[in-house]
Design a protein around this ligand. Structure first.
Ligand SMILES: Cc1cc2nc3c(=O)[nH]c(=O)nc-3n(C[C@H](O)[C@H](O)[C@H](O)COP(=O)(O)O)c2cc1C
Length: 189
């Protein structure tokens, strides 16, 4: 098993998967890692919906609706949609405490949402690093927002959609993508 720093440094966004199915117990190991994440007040504001082959066609149909409704971003969303089509598993992640994003909310609730969204982000990062440790590839996806209402109605009514994660055996080994150096992003004072 690789150590944490190796998993962090070796992980890449994977956009090409083999068609080998991912065993259910591996998916559960990844989800166990997700729920081990820290969360504000230990609220654990996360819900996961695992889309298997059985419901993939409906998921893709909803992506297609998002593409049709947003011609200005269609090219990129189509790119993501085709990756989701190839991945054997897609996991949708919701914040069950979250408000519908287009509704204004009181400041205190907004603060809580900021806390909860960070907590869900930590769970997603745990998932993708655990997957890396198991030899699986992942893609963290927010293009699902292009059909926010469609996905919410389908699987997450009254929950806040945060992201989807494609999961499968990688069929590519991309080089490390560029990063701004510490000199650009860190201030010591
Ligand atoms: C919050 C978030 C949303 C993302 N959404 C998408 C997406 O919808 N489609 C996609 O192809 N990549 C998506 N990515 C992947 C990023 O493009 C990728 O992480 C970045 O280019 C750095 O590459 P790396 O992950 O291989 O280091 C997303 C990543 C994050 C963290």
């Amino acid at each position: 098993m690789m150590n944490v720093l190796e998993a962090i440094q070796n992980r890449r966004s994977i956009r090409r998967f083999t068609d080998t199915p991912v065993p259910r117990d591996m998916i559960e190991t990844v989800l166990e890692a997700a729920i081990a994440a820290p969360s504000g007040k230990n609220r654990q504001p996360w819900q996961f919906v695992v889309i298997t082959e059985q419901n993939k066609a409906e998921m893709l149909r909803l992506m297609d609706d998002g593409i049709a409704a947003n011609p200005e971003s269609a090219k990129w969303v189509q790119f993501t949609r085709d990756i989701m089509a190839q991945a054997p598993v897609n996991i949708f992640v919701f914040n069950p405490n979250g408000e519908y994003p287009w509704r204004s909310i009181p400041t205190k609730q907004r603060f809580q949402e900021l806390v909860d969204i960070q907590s869900v982000g930590a769970a997603i990062e745990n998932m993708i690093l655990a997957a890396e440790g198991l030899g699986l590839g992942t893609l963290w996806i927010c293009d699902v927002f292009e059909n926010y209402d469609g996905f919410s109605a389908w699987i997450g009514n009254q929950k806040q959609l945060i992201a989807a994660v494609s999961l499968g055996y990688p069929d590519e080994h991309p080089d490390k993508r560029g990063r701004k150096g510490l000199d650009k992003v860190v201030t010591w004072m």
